[in-house]
Write a new protein. Sequence first.
Length: 256
Amino acid sequence: MKDRKTSILSVFLALCMIFLMSSFTVYAVGYETEKTGTVMVQEFLSLRNAPSKSAERVKKLSNGETVVITGEEGDFYTIRTQDGSTGYALKRYILLPAEETGKQFLCEVRIDNDSSGANRNYNMALACTKLDGYRMEPGQQFEWYSVVGIANKENGYKIATVISGGKYVDGYGGGVCQVSSALYNAVLKQGLQVDKVYHHSIPSSYVAEGYDATVSWSSDERYRKTLVFTNNAGFPIQIEAFTDGGTAIIRLYQIL
């Protein structure tokens, strides 16, 4: 009787393990019809032998290179290059045709900070999650705090270096201004209407003087620093925002 109970328990535990493993497994999806994409990077994109950033690199893909997308797995596409090489590449860096996505690429801005630490990178990524996918109709005004919110402890931000009062100090949300500056430069690049922008009290290390956009919250509007702009392009615009280590990346798209 004891052996039977042990056997039943073993089967039950095995079934539980199978269920749990299947719940967290990301399965590869193959496309019935292959797609074409274009690599969009500053230097190169790694084609890897598995869907992981740490997997072995098969080859380097160049900016503007055309690839065939055969499927996807998590954050990666499975692709085939023009020379027949196959592997996995991050979706973020492969631009699909407008007829496939329903949006037309307009511009991209990347702002790097080589000295960025873990907390700063975390804060940038958190701010980007608030911006990513945000859509603006023609004539609509964007205001930073209405979309992204306040970079404080309550909203999940960590302590990192910020500029305050003309000097570098520790404060919650350090790194967020790198994201707002990237957005500001994308707005300038696309020729959208800038309604309100503030610059840091001392030049930022990651962008040319006058091209930074600081955001600093105060309950008193007289001291609040924000970024405000209007979509005067005459068509809907979507923001894509993400990070890659210490790099903040903003892309603007026309919604078709």
